[in-house]
Structure formats: structure tokens, C-alpha cells
Write a protein that binds this ligand. Structure first.
Ligand code: 8YV
Length: 324
């Protein structure tokens, strides 16, 4: 008998076809939103699950899934999963690093440029029919070229963003849990800085850190108030890394110039303050969303699940201490 697996979101046909070669698949072709109770019911007799950020895999849920052996997340971040609880239960957890690096870095630049040059605000102005004449001082933006770029989180994505900064002749500094080897710093043209020094120095602050209790509200009121009043914040990391309430205040009071955001606390709900502001560019968590990349992410999760349930070691196991 084939193992039984659940795929919580509508994935690509290629991915479903691949999974069907190995498993009995409970799919979600209508891409319904399942609440915790519905997810628990569906998982009750499953051996594995392909999840997304929208699924909270916590201890209570795991307790109701006695057969569960693997949770394979579509995404590099996996803060939606209680990895400790999975490890104790012998459940393998995997993520999808690498395949989304370049697309996500592209999008960080899309947000940075759109925010600096007020693209969405300018487009709304045109759509409203407000453009009746050319003005010298119309929609004045901020120069990106030659500016000071500060990156929090210098993993794969942070480094890919850093590589792109060269084309804009920017000066680059970063802050990370661990300092990079000197050779990597040299290749990227990036100097290490302490957190406060980076906030005070940067014209653009870009966040790429994973979410954890350590990075919860990494950027809060105190940090925002350290930034230059001309600075722009870009968050492609995770909701919760920024204190949204404090950011709304900082944007409203022009304590910082603007922000470009892809992620939010409590998403998909949006802090109502953001909607009223003109100096924020808002995207619905789509940094990795190109067809090629989302397909590669889903396929990576599927491959991880096949390895996990056929006695192999999945390539992207995040809890290697797990007892098979
Ligand atoms: C995903 C992400 O699209 O990889 C991540 O951690 O935030 C996004 O690229 C999302 O997690 C889908 O589950």
C-alpha cells in the first residue's frame, strides 16, 4: 500500500503527477483555506504532508496525526512549524532553500526601486486622472545609485541582494548573526556593522533575516527612530520581524521616508494604518512568486517528501537530530 499524503495547497500539475507516482495523494485543487480543525481531520491518517506558510503545524495538531512522519514545507522559512515538537515525535521537517534565492533577491530590488522612485504612488496618480501638467518638482524620489545600503541577514538571499547592489554603485554594509568570512565580504564589497551603527548609517535598510523569537520585532520603535529621516525600509523577511504598529507611526510622522513591504504581522490581514499611507509600497508576500521559482519550490518539497517516506535523508532536512 502506498503511503498516504496531504498537500495543503493547490500545487502545479507536474508536482501532483510526481507525487501520485509515489503516494495516495489528498490534494486541494480548489485551494481551499483549511482551518486548524479541518487540517487536523485531514492529517489524522496521513504519513506525510506538503505544507505552506499558511499552515500552522503545532504540537496539538501533531498529537492528532499518529502516522505522520514528514512535514515538507514549500518555502525557505519554516517558522509556521513547531520543529521541536516534530523532532520529539520523530517527524522529519524540510524546507526549500536555494531555489528561491535569485527571484526573491530580484523582488527585494523591485520593492526598493518602486519605493525610492514612488512608482505605485505615481501610477495611482495617473489612474485617478490627476496628471494634467508636467512639473519640475513632481513626485520627487530618492536616488538609489551611489546610496548606502544596509542589509540585515546575510544568508543566501542577503548575498544575492548584495551582488545586485554593485550595478548601482552603492556602498554596502551588513549585520548578521555571524560575520561572513573576509573573502566573502571582499567579494561582495560588504563591510560588517553593528545593528545600531547600520541603522544610523543606511539610506536603505533591507531585511532578509529568518523569523524567530530572536528576530521578533528586530525593527521596532527604537530602531526606526535611529534611522535617517530620509531612509527607506524594505522588508522581504517575515511578518513579525518589524513591529508594524511602530512602522505605521514612523511613516505617518515622517520619522523615516518610506517603506516597501512584502510581509506583515498577522498576514494576510494588514495593519489598517498602511492603507492610508502614501509612503509605503505594499505587496502580498510574493517575493518568490515567479512561475519557475514557485514550481521549483513545490517540486523540491515533493522530492523531500519522497526521500523522507522512502527511508532516505531528504536533501533539505532541517531537524537532522530526528530519529527515523
Ligand atoms: C514562500 C517565503 O512563498 O520561502 C519563504 O520562506 O516566505 C515565500 O517565498 C512562502 O513561504 C510559501 O509558503
Amino acid at each position: 500500500m502506498k503511503p498516504r499524503i496531504l498537500v495543503t495547497r493547490d500545487v502545479f500539475d507536474e508536482v501532483t503527477a510526481y507525487l501520485l507516482n509515489h503516494f495516495d495523494v489528498i490534494a486541494n485543487p480548489e485551494d481551499e483555506t483549511w482551518d486548524a480543525a479541518a487540517l487536523a481531520d485531514k492529517l489524522a491518517d496521513c504519513d506525510g504532508v506538503v505544507t505552506a506558510i499558511t499552515d500552522r503545524i503545532h504540537a496539538t495538531l501533531i498529537a492528532r496525526a499518529p502516522r505522520l512522519q514528514a512535514v515538507c514545507n514549500i518555502g525557505v522559512g519554516y517558522n509556521n512549524i513547531d520543529v521541536g515538537a516534530c523532532t520529539i515525535r520523530g517527524i522529519k521537517v524540510t524546507n526549500t532553500p536555494g531555489v528561491l534565492t535569485e527571484s526573491t533577491a530580484d523582488f527585494a530590488w523591485a520593492l526598493l526601486l518602486a519605493t525610492a522612485r514612488r512608482i505605485t504612488e505615481a501610477e495611482a496618480y495617473l489612474r485617478r486622472g490627476d496628471w494634467t501638467r508636467w512639473e519640475l518638482k513632481q513626485l520627487l524620489g530618492t536616488d538609489v545609485h551611489g546610496a548606502a545600503l544596509g542589509i540585515f541577514g546575510m544568508g543566501r538571499i542577503g548575498q544575492a541582494i548584495a551582488r545586485r547592489a554593485r550595478g548601482f554603485d552603492m556602498t554596502l554594509r551588513y549585520h548578521n548573526r555571524n560575520r561572513l568570512p573576509a573573502q566573502t565580504e571582499e567579494e561582495l564589497g560588504a563591510a560588517y556593522a553593528e545593528k545600531d551603527a547600520l541603522l544610523e548609517w543606511a539610506d536603505f535598510v533591507v531585511l532578509t533575516v529568518p523569523y524567530s523569537w530572536e528576530t521578533h520585532h528586530l525593527i521596532g520603535r527604537a530602531e526606526l527612530w535611529k534611522m535617517k529621516p530620509t531612509a527607506i525600509l524594505v522588508n522581504i523577511a517575515r511578518g513579525g520581524v518589524v513591529d508594524d504598529e511602530a512602522l505605521v507611526d514612523a511613516l505617518e510622522s515622517h520619522r523615516i521616508l518610506a517603506a516597501g513591504l512584502d510581509v506583515y504581522e498577522n498576514e494576510p490581514a494588514l495593519h489598517p494604518g498602511f492603507r492610508q499611507l502614501r509612503n509605503v509600497v505594499l505587496a502580498p508576500h510574493i517575493a518568490s512568486s515567479t512561475r519557475a521559482t514557485r514550481l521549483a519550490m513545490a517540486m523540491t518539497a515533493a522530492r523531500n517528501l519522497v526521500a523522507a517516506l522512502t527511508g532516505g535523508t531528504p536533501e533539505n532536512l532541517v531537524n537532522p537530530d530526528v530519529k527515523a
